[in-house]
Ligand binder design. Structure first.
Ligand SMILES: [Zn+2]
Length: 255
């Protein structure tokens, strides 16, 4: 049975990802219930599982209403701020989505929040607010050391993974990336492509992990070229990958 992964738009710029086989469905980070329920009803899908990456309201607020409608299992990180019934999962846990014939692995990625987790297999990465196309999440709770470790873990995953981020931030991330590297042709080309997609109200996601590894500045904190640019922009000496990431994240926060 063939599998489909589709974005359901929520709020201003969130995507609730749905994995389905035309019969049963799994939702990732349903921040609001109505658009998810509409999609399930319209496509005649039975919800079997929900995957949560972190506790922020725009990722979990739809869960209670969905639980009232479907007897489904919710997987989420262990965090006292997640109060609905769920199976807490941790590093290296395997989640068997048996109706879809899919197994996903859990990787802990603290940085955006302390208990943030990602889900992946050999084809997909659901990374919540840890990684965005050409950017990364804001560092609300973690330290630069933790965030760099988390991004480093994602960099170790296979190039061919498709990356399903939760927000449509690609164009604004590209504006920042191009402020660092204004003559980077591949970035300029990508900006054109994404601008066209957005004009047609198409999502820019998912993105390819290999593409992010080679172009996203927030995955290139360890390269001499980005370290040189950040040291110039932040007018400081960069002594480590963590230093580079911390200054880059700060520059983006005030961009
Ligand atoms: Zn968040």
């Amino acid at each position: 049975m063939s599998l489909h992964i589709k974005p359901i738009s929520a709020f201003e710029d969130n995507y609730i990802w749905v994995i389905h086989n035309n019969k049963t469905a799994v939702l990732v980070d349903p921040g609001e219930a109505p658009p998810a329920l509409n999609f399930l009803k319209k496509n005649n899908l039975k919800l079997t599982d929900i995957l949560i990456t972190h506790h922020h309201y725009d990722h979990i607020n739809g869960v209670e209403d969905l639980l009232a409608m479907y007897a489904c299992t919710v997987y989420a990180p262990k965090d006292h701020r997640i109060t609905f019934n769920h199976e807490p999962v941790k590093e290296n846990d395997l989640i068997n989505l048996s109706d879809l014939g899919v197994e996903l692995k859990v990787t802990e990625t603290p940085g955006h929040t302390l208990s943030h987790i990602c889900y992946h297999n050999s084809d997909w990465l659901f990374c919540g607010d840890t990684l965005f196309s050409m950017g990364c999440g804001r560092m609300f709770e973690g330290t630069p050391e933790q965030f760099v470790d988390s991004l480093h873990k994602l960099k170790q995953l296979p190039d061919g993974l498709m990356v399903y981020c939760t927000h449509e931030y690609t164009l604004s991330n590209l504006a920042f990336a191009l402020s660092l590297e204004p003559k980077y042709q591949a970035l300029l080309k990508y900006q054109d492509k994404v601008a066209n997609l957005r004009q047609l109200q198409q999502p820019s996601l998912p993105t390819l992990l290999q593409f992010e590894k080679s172009m996203n500045p927030f995955l290139r904190f360890d390269t001499p070229s980005i370290q040189k640019i950040i040291s110039e922009k932040a007018q400081t000496t960069i002594n480590s990958d963590v230093d580079c990431f911390a200054h880059m994240r700060r520059l983006k926060d005030i961009f």
